[in-house]
Design a protein around this ligand. Structure first.
Ligand code: B12
Length: 284
């Protein structure tokens, strides 16, 4: 199957689908021309694993599942539609419903919330008509992530501390909140400093909290040098604070620039990758 066919079949954007392939969530091969091709079995394994409804079975050779949902014509998942239309309760019901069914928090973010926010960005390109939709979408997502945190077991008294946020010039609040939520789900005690964190504040917080992991959510970086500068500034701040622990960086800026943060910082392309990595840092 092509990413386009599978995307349309399950009602998500083609760019989301390609990203999941690149993140390793769906196995795929490349044609000699470099195009991604998804074996039907791998596509179905993904659909079954994450519980996606097949809205256009005809596109993926499942003609026995007759019936075409109107959602497929719009090409949007129910969560995207709820977020775009500002239906906060419905968006929350969809996400919490999948959480209760057992979907890991990292997966919920990688395959549901993240793509829905990216598609809001793609849809409106910050045009005047869309700015309120974007801000409202951020608020709804924030509320949903807070709700997920409430539904998770509280951290053990001895849970390791993870500290993180976004760089000083970075206004993006969701990537760092997503990271905090996933770390909480993994049994850590996250201390989220949010957006716009000055390096001095990071150093002080690190000195006080003695984290075993620091995350850096890179939401905005106009170019690769600034991505590197932001990351090095955080590495320096941790050194000044005398804190020697892994710095795990990732976020929209890395995705947009197609770059990893430099050197000693570890990179996570998705929340799933982050969850896998932190399990290796320590088994809380
Ligand atoms: C919401 C939003 C805003 C809001 C943010 C509000 C808030 N409180 O956070 C505001 C209004 C501030 C904003 C402003 C701007 N924005 Co904006 N924004 C977005 C939007 C729609 C969502 C961002 C978001 O929350 N992403 C969170 C998730 C969804 O990102 P993700 O990459 O999918 O995350 C995955 C991985 O990266 C990883 N990950 C994420 N975080 C982390 C952290 C760690 C530690 C790890 C390991 C992994 C990891 O896991 C995630 C899940 O799979 C994006 C669209 C997009 N593509 O993200 C545009 C987008 C980033 N913005 C864009 C632009 C152009 C702007 C402005 C320049 C607009 C303007 N003209 O003013 C300004 C610049 C602000 C600045 N100073 O830099 C462009 C960037 C284009 C480019 N090539 O650079 C985008 C891509 C929209 C678009 N398609 O045009 N924005």
């Amino acid at each position: 199957m092509s990413p386009k066919d599978l995307a349309h079949a399950i009602g998500v954007s083609e760019s989301s689908l390609k990203r999941w392939v690149d993140q390793g969530l769906i196995s795929a091969a490349r044609t000699s021309g470099g195009h991604r091709r998804i074996p039907r079995s791998a596509g179905l394994a993904f659909v079954r694993r994450y519980g996606y409804p097949v809205l256009r079975p005809d596109l993926v050779g499942l003609d026995e599942l007759a019936g075409v949902s109107p959602m497929a014509a719009e090409g949007r998942s129910p969560l995207e539609t709820a977020l775009i239309r500002g239906r906060a309760e419905e968006a929350q019901r969809l996400v919490v419903g999948r959480f209760v069914q057992g979907m890991p928090v990292a997966t919920l973010i990688d395959v549901d919330l993240g793509p829905a926010m990216r598609s809001i960005g793609e849809l409106w390109h910050h045009g005047e008509a869309g700015i309120f939709v974007e801000h409202r979408g951020v608020d709804i997502c924030t509320h949903i992530l807070d709700r997920l945190r409430d539904l998770l077991p509280p951290p053990d008294p001895g849970a390791p501390v993870a500290l993180g946020g976004a760089p000083e010039s970075d206004p993006y609040t969701l990537p760092t909140l997503m990271a905090a939520t996933v770390l909480a789900a993994e049994g850590w005690r996250p201390v989220n400093l949010g957006a716009f964190v000055p390096e001095g504040a990071l150093a002080r917080a690190a000195h006080e909290e003695k984290p075993e992991l620091v995350w850096l959510a890179l939401g905005a970086a106009p170019d690769t040098p600034s991505l590197e500068r932001q990351t090095r500034a955080w590495l320096d701040a941790l050194e000044i604070a005398g804190v020697d622990c892994p710095l795990l960086a990732g976020g929209p800026a890395c995705q947009i620039l197609g770059r990893r943060p430099p050197g000693p910082a570890r990179f996570g392309a998705s929340m799933g990758e982050m969850a896998d990595m932190v399990r290796g840092f320590r088994a809380p």
